[in-house]
Design a protein around this ligand. Sequence first.
Ligand SMILES: [Zn+2]
Length: 196
Amino acid sequence: MANQRIICEHCDRVYEKVTLAKHQKALCTRCAGVIQRYNGLSVQQRLALTITAAVLWTFANFYPVMSISLQGLKNSATLWDSVVALSLGPITFIALVAAISIIIAPVFQLLLLIWVLSYALTGRRSPAFKLCMRWLEALRPWSMLEVCLLGAMVAVFKLAGMLDVIPGTGLFALAALALLLIRIAGRDVRDLWDSV
Ligand SMILES: [Zn+2]
């Protein structure tokens, strides 16, 4: 059942999969692109990190990313508030893209991972395994939390000169979530094809 072939995504050359040791990576002999990287995560560890990420997602979405005060007036904004604010302006399309890339895509990635990994934990393929794996690939480019994090940090620093800005719980959760997602939903989720 396990497919031990791997295709270079840069030039389509086919290789047999090899077992890598720590810090090793396999390069394509034709184009020198990276085809395999050592991944130290077991299914249990990945699942544990995914559940942690789901908790962080909740914090990032329901707690303010920052609070701003000016002459006694206070205001705070969550990620959702920023999407709503965008949708009320003249650039509703951007609001949609923002909602997908910072809220919807990450939550779908996490749900798919939890689904696939909890079955993998018992050595089985989840129902709709292939579909889930394809969606995990398809969602990756849409998930742009790190871009959002950068934007939020720039906003905090820029506004700090003019207003009293307090980074909120949401911002810290967002930072941790962005890093975790890169680790757990990166290209190496493909390894699940072989491990279950
Ligand atoms: Zn290649």
